[in-house]
Design a protein around this ligand. Structure first.
Ligand code: SF4
Ligand code: MSK
Length: 639
């Protein structure tokens, strides 16, 4: 594969060339070496859930059609898929649990480095959760909020609190279908039980429970992570920043944070601004300390502090290949085990911090919330002291960096769209009703070497905004679009249709709105519920002219996200199919029949332009059903 075929991003192309010259293996090389990938795995037809196997079903119907226990392709594919949901939901929810733990410790005065940054949000959450606020100290309230939220994880009966944020009609449907999540952990455990040998052998029943588990993530674990992070670290406001590997600095100590949780990265921001450490950096010959991020932990500190982003998922190895990263610290999720070997080719110190995620050959500095700031300072000091080991000849920082505006939330963006003084979704709803905006789309998820890096995200976003669809983005998708300049308000003039252009110009927002990290997909759920509540666009999320997509997804977390969107009523297009195509019944269920129950289907389409048009067609269909006015300015360009 030529470097131009691997990525559309010039900075990445440049570093891929260097990696090749230096004999450094990247994910693209390892992917090529893996080809052809296992067809049974791709189709979802292999099972090793018990030791009667491993078993595999022959897709050509020449070999076995049943596992040793008698499991069919349908059972095996559905079981494997919902195990992916369980893993993804567990990752997001454990992240939420950790944030709740930090809030509890902060409320008890047991941490160094955290406080309550958004008191207003704390109070409104407390009210929502039925916690008394009058005349009470904010720490007492925060403690009760944390405890209440903890109980949502282990709850055995009833319904998750935040599921009440969904439109009434949706809640009623979840109850009717038996997919209203009871407790976050409970649903995940039940997936593991149902999928063990000889339990749930009905693919539809399995997928139904998969949806319940995913809803426990979206309206539970992920929403908790987002809401409590806002309380602890501040609710984001629109903020300017820069993105791409060009944000690394030749004359400063470069620290790159990578992973997902804001608890450590947020306090690293404070430590990197410590005067004593900056002085030490200067003594060591650097001009200062430069902090940048990769993946979602980067999105968290971008949204709240404007810290630059070095890159997305497929750029983690390339960041080290610049030779300019003095220290990369990692916490959990999306961190390639390969980083240790890339770091060995340079002076870069790789530091793991979570007891849940250790890496051979990485230095481990265990992070404890109680000692957050001193630990963060220790790590920053390690980076400063490593600056002198940087080998000048090995430094290759690409020039590419791009301006962006991030920091939109369910609260802030519509404060903007609604005018400065009154937060309301009315102008947004009116823009859709009048045909100035066709609708809205969420593009989320990862990178994957199977699809040209960033191409899926960027082309899809451009096609949608060209057709007056407002786009909201999270995770690595947001970073891809940011690098392509789509997160600048000026990009509306260049890429957006006339209706969307008018809105962006009036309000001063980009046509693609960065709403945060992967757990912040919960902000999209809240936004959709608020749009329904505002009125004029139906009574349920499934009636809205909206769609979702994950054009370059790779993670089990993306499976959970995709399922909670579909189960909430959002048509969702995936760039790579789920590993289920070996089962016709499961494929039919997900791509055709779910609409009849939850009001939305999945579609699989690797071409981002065609995928965008599937979304536009869906949005048009919803507009028609709502009998909305014709589009004000444009006809959809033919594919
Ligand atoms: Fe084979 Fe059935 Fe065991 Fe799976 S559960 S490994 S299909 S015997
Ligand atoms: S970081 S889950 S690669 S979006 Fe959230 Fe990016 Fe996907 Fe990780």
């Amino acid at each position: 594969m030529k470097k131009e075929e691997k990525s559309i991003d010039k900075a990445s192309q440049e570093l891929l060339k260097i990696a090749e010259k230096e004999g450094i293996d990247t994910a693209w090389d390892r992917y090529e070496a893996m080809l052809p990938q296992c067809g049974f795995g791709e189709l979802g037809l292999c099972c090793r859930n018990c030791i009667l196997g491993p078993c595999r079903i022959d897709p050509f119907e020449e070999g076995p059609q049943k596992g040793v226990c008698g499991a069919t392709a349908e059972i095996i594919a559905a079981r494997n898929l919902i195990r992916m949901i369980a893993a993804g939901a567990a990752a997001h929810s454990d992240h939420g649990r950790d944030v709740a733990h930090t809030l509890l410790l902060a409320a008890q005065g047991k941490t160094k480095g955290y406080g309550i940054k958004d008191e207003e949000k704390l109070l409104s959450l407390a009210n929502e959760l039925g916690i008394k606020t009058d005349g009470r100290d904010k720490k007492e309230i925060a403690k009760e909020v944390a405890e209440k939220v903890f109980s949502e994880f282990g709850q055995q009966h009833g319904e998750l609190q935040f599921s009440r944020r969904a439109p009434e009609k949706r809640q009623a449907l979840w109850r009717k279908l038996g997919i209203m999540p009871r407790g976050i952990d409970r649903e995940i455990v039940e997936v593991m039980h149902r999928t063990t040998m000889g339990v749930d052998n009905d693919c539809e029943n399995l997928i139904t429970h998969g949806m319940r588990t995913a809803l426990g993530d979206g309206w539970g674990g992920s929403m908790i992570a987002t809401e409590l992070s806002d309380v602890l670290f501040g609710t984001p406001r629109p903020i300017r920043a820069k993105v791409n590997l060009g944000v690394l600095k030749e004359d400063e100590v470069n620290i790159v944070v990578h992973g997902h949780e804001p608890t450590l990265s947020d306090v690293i921001v404070a430590a990197s601004q410590d005067k004593e450490l900056i002085e030490l950096a200067k003594k060591n010959g650097a001009k200062g300390i430069n902090l940048a991020g990769i993946c979602c932990t980067a999105n968290e500190i971008l949204m709240r502090h404007g810290i630059p982003i070095a890159g997305n998922f497929l750029q983690q190895e390339l960041a080290i290949t610049t030779g300019a990263v003095d220290l990369m610290l990692v916490d959990v999720q999306c961190i390639m085990p390969a980083l240790s070997s890339v770091a060995k080719c340079f002076h870069t110190k790789l530091v793991s911090t979570s007891p849940k995620a250790k890496f051979p050959q990485a230095e481990h500095v265990e992070f404890k919330e109680e000692e957050a700031l001193p630990i963060a300072k220790k790590i920053v000091r390690m980076a400063v002291e490593n600056f002198k080991n940087r080998v000048k000849e090995k430094v290759n920082i690409p020039k590419e960096k791009m301006d962006l505006v991030a920091g939109f939330t369910a609260e802030s963006v519509f404060k903007f769209l609604g005018g400065k003084y009154r937060a309301t979704y009315r102008p947004l709803n009116d823009a859709i009703i009048s045909g100035r905006l066709r609708g809205a789309a969420g593009i989320v998820g990862c990178n994957n070497p199977k699809i040209k890096h960033d191409w899926g995200h960027v082309e899809m976003a451009k096609e949608l905004i060209k057709n007056d669809v407002l786009v909201v983005v999270t995770g690595c998708s947001a970073i891809a679009d940011a690098k392509a300049g789509l997160l600048k308000p000026e990009s509306a003039l260049k890429y957006a249709g006339k209706g969307l252009q008018e809105i962006c110009e009036t309000v001063g927002v980009p046509p693609v709105l960065h709403v945060g990290s992967c757990v912040d997909n919960s902000r999209i759920l809240i936004t959709l519920s608020n749009v329904v509540a505002e009125g004029g666009l139906g009574d349920d999320i499934s009636e809205l002219p909206v769609a979702g997509a994950a054009p370059e997804w790779m993670s089990e977390k993306a499976v959970s996200i995709a399922f909670y969107f579909v189960a909430s009523g959002v048509f969702t297009v995936l760039g790579s199919p789920f590993p289920i195509l070996g089962s016709k019944e499961v494929t039919d269920l997900l791509t055709k029949r779910l609409e009849g129950t939850v009001g939305a289907n999945f579609a699989f389409e690797s071409d981002p332009i065609k995928a965008a048009h599937l979304m536009i067609d869906h949005i048009n269909k919803k507009r028609e059903a709502l009998k909305l006015k014709p589009m004000m300015y444009e006809k959809v360009a033919a594919v």
